[in-house]
Design a protein around this ligand. Structure first.
Ligand SMILES: Cc1cc2nc3c(=O)[nH]c(=O)nc-3n(C[C@H](O)[C@H](O)[C@H](O)COP(=O)(O)OP(=O)(O)OC[C@H]3O[C@@H](n4cnc5c(N)ncnc54)[C@H](O)[C@@H]3O)c2cc1C
Length: 391
């Protein structure tokens, strides 16, 4: 293998490049990225970078000189529009093909948009995925007095907390009966709702947004229950979708992301995938999953590189995720979903510890401001401890 193309220039990609070299791969590496900037870190975009200002250099994943040092040809500001698996080339927008012997797909995910109201109404609703989004949003937050956030997922709640800390009046509108309930269950969702309410965020659950209108610098958000919220700014935090549109027609197995086996091989030879875009079988949980989390992108970037060079180990990771909202340092290890049993083992105004079980095993643990417990539960999840034996 002499020519590896890494498509998507972000977290999973950088770690794939690094691991390729660590494994002794000495051939060409081309890094193709749609954004016009060097790879940077996204988690601060909804937290300190939004609150205190974005200093792009501080967010870079690697120094500018690192890419030369790794012998990487950067193709930034170039969007891949196709993967020609017959003649083995990545096809770029505006012309150009990058031939490959092996490919790492690391195109991540994109923010979903809200579509309601008259044509063009969605342009009045901001989303947050990129550095460019964060720079623009911060400027608007500085000029605004009120904000409506649509969606009480992690990014929506982080933006709500940050905006509140910046002094805005903040309302969050969520379709589900409580925030985060789909993944974390009602009790945990109630805790987060109460936590935000105590800090002045108006969290309205169980109600749909019917229409958004924008005129003269003000937005009106019409809810299904008849309420009309007026705000200077509206932000959508309604989740993300894997960036796979450019792979349609390539012959690759696609579904909710790029379909991979347990070692992150796609359905096409010499093409692997990693990070937010990859759906893979995780044997540790006996589950096919796609994970939109920082830690997963790092591990999978490295793992996919090893697989591309001939490794075949399963990518058996225990997912790990964090979220910072006001003073709440939330850490989640493992898996949870609507089918999990939930056991809240500690709950106070500042702290929360909840466990998640499935198939008689502990599968996940959520700890807010409780770092020591997290390490213990992570070990229990790795060891697949019986659900009845943990407390
Ligand atoms: C605002 C925000 C806050 C977050 N906070 C947390 C947090 O607190 N904790 C946590 O665990 N995770 C957090 N995450 C999630 C974490 O950042 C992601 O899981 C991680 O960035 C995924 O890395 P990735 O490399 O797979 O994809 P991405 O970071 O999404 O990067 C994919 C790259 O591919 C590029 N691309 C897409 N399509 C193409 C194409 N066709 N051609 C070329 N390039 C393309 C994109 O422009 C992008 O640069 C947050 C994410 C966001 C957006």
């Amino acid at each position: 293998m002499d020519r590896v193309v890494v498509v998507g220039a972000s977290l999973a990609a950088v770690h794939a490049v690094e691991a390729l070299r660590e494994h002794g791969y000495a051939g060409d590496i081309a890094l193709v990225g749609a954004e016009d900037v060097l790879p940077y870190d996204r988690p601060p975009l909804s937290k300190e970078a939004l609150r205190e200002g974005v200093e792009p250099d501080k967010l870079l994943l690697r120094d500018p000189g690192w890419y030369d040092g790794q012998g990487v040809t950067l193709r930034l500001g170039r969007t891949a529009i196709g993967l020609d698996t017959r003649d083995r080339a990545v096809v770029l927008e505006g012309g150009g093909r990058v031939p490959y012997d092996g490919v790492v797909l690391a195109t991540g995910s994109r923010a979903r948009t809200v579509t309601c109201g008259p044509p063009g109404a969605e342009r009045a609703v901001r989303s947050l995925r990129s550095l460019e989004d964060a720079v623009a949003l911060r400027q608007e937050l500085l000029e605004a007095r009120s904000l409506v956030v649509i969606g009480a997922g992690f990014i929506g709640l982080e933006v709500a907390a940050t905006a509140r800390e910046m002094g805005l009046e903040v309302t969050v509108v969520e379709l589900a009966p409580v925030p985060l309930a789909r993944v974390l269950g009602d009790e945990v969702g109630h805790w987060f709702r109460h936590y935000h309410a105590q800090r002045g965020v108006d969290v309205r659950c169980g109600v749909a947004v019917d229409e958004i209108e924008r005129s003269a610098g003000n937005s009106k958000v019409r809810l299904r229950d008849g309420t009309v919220l007026s705000a200077d700014l509206v932000v959508a935090g309604v989740g993300a979708a894997p960036a796979t549109d450019w792979l349609a027609g390539s012959g690759l197995g696609l579904g909710d992301g790029v379909r991979c086996d347990e070692a992150l091989r796609t359905t096409v030879p010499d093409v692997v995938a990693a990070g937010d875009v990859a759906t893979w079988y995780n044997p540790l949980f006996d589950e096919t999953m796609r994970v939109e989390q920082w830690n997963n992108a790092v591990i999978q970037g490295r793992h996919a590189a090893g697989t591309l060079l001939g490794g075949g180990d399963a990518c058996a990771v225990v997912p790990y995720f964090w979220s910072d909202q006001f003073e709440a340092r939330m850490r989640f290890v493992g898996r949870s979903n609507a089918a999990s049993d939930v056991r809240v083992v500690e709950s106070s105004d500042r702290r929360l510890v909840a466990l998640f079980g499935r198939d008689s095993k502990i599968r996940g643990a959520l700890c807010v401001n409780a770092p020591r417990q997290l390490a213990l539960y992570r070990k229990a999840i790795e060891d697949q401890v019986h659900w009845g034996d943990v407390d």
